[in-house]
Ligand binder design. Structure first.
Ligand SMILES: *[C@@H]1O[C@H](CO)[C@@H](O)[C@H](O)[C@H]1NC(C)=O
Ligand SMILES: *[C@@H]1O[C@H](CO)[C@@H](O)[C@H](O)[C@H]1NC(C)=O
Ligand SMILES: *[C@@H]1O[C@H](CO)[C@@H](O)[C@H](O)[C@H]1NC(C)=O
Ligand SMILES: *[C@@H]1O[C@H](CO)[C@@H](O)[C@H](O)[C@H]1NC(C)=O
Ligand SMILES: *[C@@H]1O[C@H](CO)[C@@H](O)[C@H](O)[C@H]1NC(C)=O
Ligand SMILES: *[C@@H]1O[C@H](CO)[C@@H](O)[C@H](O)[C@H]1NC(C)=O
Ligand SMILES: *[C@@H]1O[C@H](CO)[C@@H](O)[C@H](O)[C@H]1NC(C)=O
Ligand SMILES: *[C@@H]1O[C@H](CO)[C@@H](O)[C@H](O)[C@H]1NC(C)=O
Ligand SMILES: *[C@@H]1O[C@H](CO)[C@@H](O)[C@H](O)[C@H]1NC(C)=O
Ligand SMILES: *[C@@H]1O[C@H](CO)[C@@H](O)[C@H](O)[C@H]1NC(C)=O
Length: 845
């Protein structure tokens, strides 16, 4: 019996249901009754059903599945390894109170095995949470079960179940896959909780660790930040001297959910969507290469967004360069300089998943300071960190061996302090002027940008025939080292940059428009409240008017950016070079002492969201305007992705980041801000949220993996919002569907015109609207490879003759989007267009 949909089976099932299967009138089997193949127990609200079933190999089992659901989805199988050879089996409660399954020869092939000394009148009952329990009948409200199926899961964890260890009895509850989709016997894959060191969960396949959730940091598993953000998911860990258990929570927006390990070795989390009557996969792992346990070997660190994904931690070199170049990272990295106990220092890595914690030393009450001291005094200690991140970080974890399975995140994760020879730490500090060691991949990307820029600068200057010997020296340096590989080159260029370019004169010669502070202060009426347009994560935006009448928007950045002025200018310059009619134009910047400001063109109609989602204003946007906006955004994005000098991934495309000029032409904004900020910024006001929930693609939200296709996903969301005038985020059409789910349903029901915002109901062209919805749905498809690239999007939008592909299932159809928990929405100040922004230059062209 396949666990996936099969029409044939479906018919068979209905046939069975109507002709053979008869429930034993209730949810309860008494000790005088027995259950045979054509009888079932149903839970009181008919959510679950318990009974016999057979597979295509005509083996018979007893198990629990969701009752009356279209696909027979099993959540539990009793006799998975001892099937009945035919339907002639009997389940009954023995006198001693245990549950037994008898075969044709009346021999016991499966038993619940518990022995309770005095049981009076035990009954078997199926509960609405899917738990099959043996209890004493008279005690109706008793939760002291004699036996319960929840203690013996097969491949599924339901809300209410637990995973882990009874440390007193050393009895483990783990979850093991089926052998294949059609064979419930014990398979090769399982996931189980490891309580050694700091609690985490490992997924195993054929005795190999294949995935690790990362250690529990007090809120979530460090390696899967998404688990914490999936729609108010409140998974829990309970660990003390007697037990260590993980309790998966239900997904609040769906009252039915399950966590399974499938026969091909993936963990999957599903929620039932009532309106589409289907299961929606909300999370799975392993999803990206970095999810594979120890992907980068000892002292290697994995960044899903970097290329290649593995890097050595600062102070370490690749151990086996040949294998490494072949993308075999398993040998990892080795120290550049041997430790010298007593003189070593610590290097701080930020936003990382802590390495494997199975053999660590843990003390829950020590402070980070005590932890550092202890680690320093212990010559075998290689790293330390806080145990949990709650309450600002408490407890102490110390490693005394190689560090395996580290990951770099941009937001989540925690700090890790690695012991290095003092010289390596000093070098690292010197080498990262204003930057950080973390996220080396992205830094490398940015460095490439800077390098290209500097090359441009050099050419520019040479053209001007300025005799700048020092620069020429840099230039030859570069050529001399180009065979050493990109990174070396870049470091040197960068180093030369800070050494040689830091005088103001050169900067000014580059025609970078710079404004003096007093000019901006005058223009904005001394940053008066009346001129304030909005406030966001990066600072405040003011409207201003220069003396010549030119209107400007001034972004006054929070002062805590640790970045040097030179780097800031370099970056501004590179953004300033991006010019397209659908991108907001940067006029220049202003740097004086601690002040850093960006001067943009002012756009009369503010941001798209301020009109689109405002009942009083949305009638200003008729269909031709909306269509023009959709096409304009597509062209702007196309430029960022494909036509500018760098490939730029916006990562935070949303209605509030699209500004409208007087003629309602769209201009994408905030496509460069993130790079201007030091990644380590800790100022609470400027804590960066990467992307915006509701616009994030599944692979980005789940695996932190982004590509041009994640922008395409956001674009698709935006298209559907523009057409419907409704926000994807916070949209609740039928309790549990968001806008994407709703649009997808209307599409399948052929009622897609119902999506149209009534405010332009008399101005639209049916074929254009349908084309746009089709394009929108193609862009939000769940699978990355199904989504089109921006060139084809632009083509599809503009051509009336192109046949558009049929969209497949969209990603994230649940009403509340991942991450939309209270804490994260509190961090999202939605005003004007100046909040959370991230842009990454992936590679130079
Ligand atoms: C169940 O099967 C048995 C034997 O095959 C038959 O006697 C009985 O009537 C069936 N019960 C129902 C309700 O179909
Ligand atoms: C179960 O067995 C019946 C015959 O006893 C067979 O017709 C049916 O196909 C089997 N079901 C599955 C899923 O193989
Ligand atoms: C099951 O097997 C027993 C013992 O062989 C026999 O008495 C009974 O009739 C069989 N029942 C069915 C439904 O085949
Ligand atoms: C019950 O106990 C027997 C013998 O101790 C064992 O072989 C069998 O696997 C156990 N069954 C279950 C379901 O635990
Ligand atoms: C059992 O629970 C039900 C509802 O929760 C309550 O009405 C009933 O009084 C309880 N019975 C006992 C014996 O506690
Ligand atoms: C879950 O929610 C649906 C619709 O909201 C409702 O029909 C159903 O009875 C609920 N099921 C349970 C087990 O609460
Ligand atoms: C197991 O899960 C992964 C990830 O969701 C999926 O790609 C794969 O098809 C699943 N395998 C089976 C047998 O369902
Ligand atoms: C990767 O390198 C290790 C050690 O050098 C080697 O044992 C292993 O076979 C290599 N793996 C692959 C897939 O080549
Ligand atoms: C590392 O620490 C653990 C726990 O403190 C200890 O059992 C182990 O022997 C240590 N290993 C080494 C190599 O020092
Ligand atoms: C943990 O550290 C505290 C403070 O240093 C100390 O008092 C306590 O004994 C330590 N506990 C264990 C189990 O080592």
């Amino acid at each position: 019996m396949k666990r996936s949909t099969s029409a044939k089976f479906h018919i068979y099932f209905i046939f069975c249901a109507s002709f053979f299967i008869s429930a034993i009138s209730s949810d309860t089997l008494t000790s005088s009754q027995s259950l045979v193949y054509n009888q079932t127990l149903a839970s009181p609200k008919n959510v679950f059903e318990f009974g016999f079933f057979n597979t295509t190999s005509s083996k018979w089992y007893i198990g629990i599945w969701y009752k009356d659901f279209p696909d027979k989805t099993f959540v539990w199988v009793a006799n998975r390894d001892t099937p009945l050879q035919n339907s002639n089996g009997t389940l009954k409660i023995q006198d001693d109170g245990s549950l037994i399954l008898l075969n044709q020869e009346s021999s016991i092939i499966w038993s619940s095995n518990q022995t309770v000394s005095s049981v009076s009148n035990p009954v078997l009952r199926l509960l609405d949470n899917g738990n099959l329990v043996l209890i004493e009948e008279q005690e109706k409200n008793n939760t002291n079960y004699i036996w319960q199926s929840f203690d013996h899961p097969t491949d599924t964890l339901l809300p209410g179940m637990k995973l882990g260890w009874n440390l007193d009895t050393r009895v483990e509850i783990r979850v093991t896959s089926w052998k294949s989709q059609d064979d419930p016997s014990t398979g090769d894959c399982y996931f189980s909780l490891d309580f050694h060191g700091v609690t985490d969960i490992y997924l195993w396949n054929k005795q190999q660790r294949v995935f690790r959730t990362g250690s529990w940091n007090g809120k979530t598993f460090g390696g899967v930040p998404i688990l914490n953000t999936i729609a108010e998911l409140n998974d829990e860990i309970v660990a003390d001297n007697h037990q260590a258990y993980y309790y998966p929570a239900g997904l609040l927006q769906s009252n039915l959910s399950r966590l399974i390990v499938n026969s091909t070795g993936s963990i999957e989390r599903y929620a039932w969507i009532w309106s589409t009557k289907s299961w929606s996969k909300v999370w799975f792992a392993p999803a990206v290469d970095c999810d594979h346990y120890g992907a980068c070997g000892p002292f290697g660190i994995c960044d899903a967004n970097a290329f290649p994904i593995c890097e050595c931690v600062t102070g370490f070199d690749v151990k086996n360069q040949r294998q490494w170049d072949l993308r075999n990272f398993s040998d990892g990295c080795v120290r550049k300089t041997e430790l010298e106990c007593g003189k070593d220092k610590f290097l701080q890595l930020k936003a990382v998943q802590l390495p494997d914690t199975r053999n660590v030393f843990v003390n829950k009450s020590m402070t980070l300071f005590e932890c550092e001291k202890m680690c320093l005094d212990d010559c075998s200690c290689t790293a330390y960190a806080n145990e949990v991140i709650t309450n600002g970080g408490t407890g102490c974890v110390m490693w005394n061996y190689s560090l395996v399975d580290m990951r770099q995140f941009s937001e989540a994760g925690q700090d890790l302090f690695i012991r290095l020879a003092a010289s390596d730490v000093d070098e690292a500090d010197a080498g990262s002027a204003g930057g950080s060691q973390k996220n080396a991949g992205k830094i490398a990307g940015i460095t490439i940008a800077i390098a290209i820029l500097i090359l441009g600068v050099i050419i520019f200057i040479l053209r001007k025939r300025r005799k700048l010997k020092r620069i020429q020296k840099v230039n030859t340096n570069q050529r001399g080292h180009s065979d050493k590989g990109q990174k070396t080159l870049l470091h040197e260029v960068k180093f030369s940059n800070s050494g040689e370019y830091s005088d103001e004169r050169n900067i000014d010669e580059l025609e970078l428009p710079q404004f003096e502070f007093h000019v901006i202060a005058d223009a904005t009426n001394c940053f008066s409240l009346a001129n304030k347009l909005g406030e966001g994560g990066f600072g405040t935006v003011y409207k201003g008017r220069l003396v010549d009448g030119q209107e400007i928007a001034v972004k006054r950045l929070s002062t805590s950016s640790g970045q040097g002025n030179v780097e800031f200018k370099n970056e501004v310059r590179s953004i300033a070079k991006l010019q397209h009619r659908n991108l907001v134009r940067l006029f220049g910047c202003c740097i004086e002492k601690d002040e850093k400001m960006l001067i943009y063109e002012y756009l009369e109609n503010n941001s798209l969201d301020s009109i689109l989602f405002d009942q009083a204003k949305n009638s200003k946007l008729d269909w031709p305007m909306r269509f023009n906006i959709i096409c304009g955004i597509a062209k702007g994005l196309l430029y960022l992705h494909h036509d500018s000098r760098f490939r730029i991934i916006h990562r935070d495309l949303k209605a509030s980041n699209v500004l409208l000029d007087r003629e309602m032409n769209p201009k994408i904004s905030d496509f460069g801000i993130a790079r201007i900020f030091d990644k380590d910024q800790t100022h609470s006001n400027t804590k960066r949220v990467v992307g915006t929930y509701g616009y994030m693609s599944p692979e980005y939200a789940m695996g932190g993996y982004f590509s041009v296709k994640s922008d395409v996903f956001s674009f698709g969301v935006l298209v559907l919002e523009i057409i419907s005038g409704m926000k994807n985020r916070g949209f609740h059409f039928s309790d549990d569907l968001n806008l994407l789910g709703h649009a997808w349903r209307l599409w399948n029901e052929g009622k897609v015109l119902e999506l149209i915002d009534s405010s332009y109901a008399d101005s639209y062209s049916e074929s254009e609207v349908i084309r746009c919805i089709n394009v929108g749905l193609i862009c939000v498809q769940e699978k990355i490879e199904d989504r089109p690239t921006m060139p084809s999007v632009v083509m599809m939008l503009n051509s009336e003759t192109t046949m558009l592909p049929q969209p497949k299932h969209p990603g994230f159809v649940l009403g509340r989007n991942p991450g939309e928990s209270d804490s994260s929405s509190a961090r999202q100040e939605e005003s004007h267009s100046i909040n959370q922004v991230t842009v990454t230059i992936v590679n130079g062209r």
